[in-house]
Design a protein around this ligand. Structure first.
Ligand code: SF4
Length: 498
């Protein structure tokens, strides 16, 4: 990868994308990785009908959970508490980091080991803890590589997908004491594992994300392949889990179709190596496990998405990453270009709720609207529709329906010219006398209408005049000529029916 990296700022999306597009090595590695993931996924769904049935089930499970989200969250909290898990509610990233810090301080901890968690990226846990003097060490191999190189994830499932094996060899040789330079992938993994292994034993707090929360049993379900998630949640004395509040499902049996869809869609595996179900801290007769388990439930804009019917389906997401793998824009510009925690189509529909539309308004436009993301989404989120709604919301200030909270930054993409034009239009329509004056003046100003070389001045004047006439007849009504015109047009069809 080139020396200059894309910056973590969604307003720089276009500049970031230009930077990546000019880097042939990066483009090649993204293209190769996306082709590989798409092939693996499609091999797991050989029967289109069976896939659609499973998708339908996954969609219903997620919609069923969201339809009763407030009740399920109450049940979840009651059952988690009964199981001995302490529940914390965080309205935003600041709250969540404060909770992490207060737990760390109460145990005198200066280090945490962390399994993979995109929500912890969302709150910038590592940086906030470092500022407060607590080291947070990544134990997922991809995240560990990125942390050593002070880089960011470019994919939600495979965070270091933009790194080549040569990159990793150099990073390990430079940053891990006594590590030799090798480009053998198995040797590199062994070096990383060895460096991490002792940390689990010597660190008092383990951090993890959560894939699903089960309300009826008060359980946290974690899906992973490397075993570092299980180590982070069982070896340290304290386990802190963090996740978005939309991850709840009602029953344990509801996890089954979601798990089947998640692993197949994400990595093309029928099952993952580990499926952890955590239902409380270590019991008196048990020999291992944490003595304390905490769950932080993060809102951070999710309630706003939930309350707006146009965007609620965004919360159905199970974070499989399939929409990214199949997106022709993501496959070319890569995850770092988006400058957000969640890149690609899922990022384009969720980040406006987390950060507001003012800074993320370019993301919903980063799509060809080919529909591939919607077709592969295992829980049938209508992503292209969402992208269109967000594009519209970026240009219009008013929320869609009475009582619906406005999306933060709604209308941010509207230019000053557009704002003035719409204000002027509203003024004319509110005052008939003003409108009549406008209709009288406008044709007399047609000489000022711009003439293009191709069309010639006569054509431009005719177009200008026609536009004014059309606007005038449309407004007035709609009253006269226009209605008559419509009747005229309708007649043949009516007569034909007779
Ligand atoms: S939007 Fe759908 S395809 Fe994309 S990450 Fe979420 S569940 Fe997967």
């Amino acid at each position: 990868m080139s020396a200059t990296r894309p910056v973590a700022d969604p307003t720089a999306f276009k500049d970031n994308a230009r930077l990546v597009l000019a880097d042939p090595v990066l483009r090649r590695s993204f293209r190769g990785a996306m082709d590989f993931l798409m092939d693996k996924r499609s091999a797991q769904f050989p029967d289109a009908e069976a896939f659609e049935r499973l998708r339908g089930l996954g969609e219903r499970v997620r919609q069923h959970a969201l339809a009763q989200l407030p009740d399920l969250l109450e049940r979840l909290e009651a059952n988690l508490t009964a199981n001995g898990i302490r529940v914390h509610w965080a309205e935003n990233a600041e709250d969540a980091n404060r909770i992490f810090l207060s737990i760390a301080r109460s145990h005198g901890a200066t280090r945490m080991v962390k399994g993979k968690s995109m929500v912890s990226e969302e709150i910038e846990l590592n940086h906030r803890m470092a500022e407060a003097g607590v080291e947070c060490v990544e134990t997922d191999m991809g995240e560990y590589i990125l942390q050593l190189d002070d880089d960011r994830p470019s994919h939600i499932i495979m965070p270091a997908i933009h790194k080549t094996k040569e990159d990793v060899a150099r990073i390990f040789a430079d940053r891990i004491p006594d590590a030799p330079y090798t480009e053998d992938v198995n040797e590199l993994i062994a070096i990383g594992r060895q460096a991490l292994r002792n940390l689990f034993r010597d660190t008092p707090i383990g951090v993890s994300g959560v894939n699903f929360l089960v309300a009826e049993t008060g359980s946290l379900v974690l899906v992973e392949n490397e075993g570092n998630g299980r180590m982070s949640t069982t070896v340290p004395d304290v386990h802190i889990a963090i996740t978005g509040l939309e991850k709840v499902v009602e029953k344990l049996e509801h996890v089954v179709p979601l798990f089947a869809l998640l692993t197949r869609s994400a990595t093309g595996q029928a099952v993952t190596t580990y499926l952890n179900v955590i239902s409380g801290p270590r019991r008196p007769d048990e020999k291992d496990g944490p003595r304390e388990v905490h769950l932080i439930l993060l809102d951070n804009g999710r309630t706003q998405a939930y309350r707006d019917e146009r965007f609620r389906a965004t919360l159905q997401c199970i974070r499989c990453g399939a929409c990214m793998n199949h997106c022709p824009v993501y496959a070319r510009v890569g995850g770092l270009s988006y400058g957000t925690t969640y890149p690609g189509p899922i990022g384009a529909i969720i980040e406006p709720h987390l950060l507001g539309l003012a800074s993320t308004r370019d993301l919903p436009t980063a799509s060809s609207l080919c529909g591939a993301c919607g077709e592969v989404c295992p829980v049938r989120i209508p992503i292209p529709d969402m992208l269109m709604r967000l594009r519209e919301a970026a240009r219009h200030e008013a929320p869609s329906a009475a009582g619906t909270p406005a999306l933060k930054g709604q209308g941010a993409a509207r230019t000053i010219g557009e704002t003035l034009a719409w204000k002027g239009w509203r003024l004319l329509y509110a005052h008939p006398a003003l409108y009549r004056l406008f209709a009288w003046i406008a044709p007399r100003l047609r000489g000022l209408a711009p003439a293009t070389r191709q069309d010639g001045p006569g054509r431009a004047r005719r177009c200008g005049r026609r536009a004014v006439r059309c606007a005038s007849s449309w407004r007035s009504g709609v009253t006269g000529g226009h209605r008559a015109d419509r009747e005229q047009r309708r007649r043949p069809a009516t007569e034909m029916r007779r």
